[in-house]
Design a protein around this ligand. Structure first.
Ligand code: S3P
Length: 173
């Protein structure tokens, strides 16, 4: 990071928590550009996330994720960036400490309902509830370590979450 590089707002948290939806609206509310890291990875690889996992494995995907995050944070414009849920598991994790990370949390039943059959998410197969439980147990300390701010999204509308975030981020980031 150079002295001219701004701190970006980076949304982290489990699959299904709403990082892309909230990030998109937060960016609009803050007058920033929004970047969805999974979409950026798919665009540069010209393949879907599922295809990348199938050909390169999870390690290959995590390496691409780290490159995509490094490129995103090099932007001279302060961005709002939505990440994939596993970013804290890979080589991108160190970069998160230099940014303003918002950890979005939700109850397990909320996540299970939102991810449905796990379509397009290669880590979700078989018993989705058990998989999410295991992933969350493993990732929670890493989310916590990276987070500047933690927000529980259950039972709140997207617009209420965005309004609260805008207020909190004014002083934090
Ligand atoms: C992943 C989450 C996905 C995507 C990939 C791996 C994970 O993004 O990056 O399928 O390891 O939790 P979302 O969190 O947007 O679903």
């Amino acid at each position: 990071m150079t002295s001219e590089t701004p701190r970006h707002i980076v949304l982290i948290g489990m699959m299904g928590v709403g990082k892309s939806t909230i990030g998109n609206k937060l960016a609009t509310a803050m007058g920033r550009q929004f970047l969805d890291l999974d979409a950026a990875i798919e665009q540069s690889a010209e393949r879907t996330i599922a295809q990348i996992f199938a050909s390169d494995g999870e390690h290959g995907f995590r390496d691409r994720e780290a490159v995509a995050l490094r490129e995103a944070v090099a932007s001279s414009e302060p961005l709002v960036i939505a990440t994939g849920g596993g970013i804290v598991d890979g080589p991108a994790a160190g970069e998160l400490d230099r940014q303003c990370c918002v950890w979005l949390t939700a109850r397990l039943d909320t996540l299970v309902a939102r991810v449905g059959a796990g379509q397009g998410r290669p880590l979700l197969s078989g018993d989705i509830e058990a998989t999410l439980t295991d992933l969350l147990a493993r990732r929670a300390p890493n989310y916590e370590k990276a987070a500047t701010l933690t927000v529980a999204v259950d039972d709140q509308s997207v617009s209420a979450i965005v309004a609260n975030l805008c207020k909190a981020l004014e002083t934090l980031c």
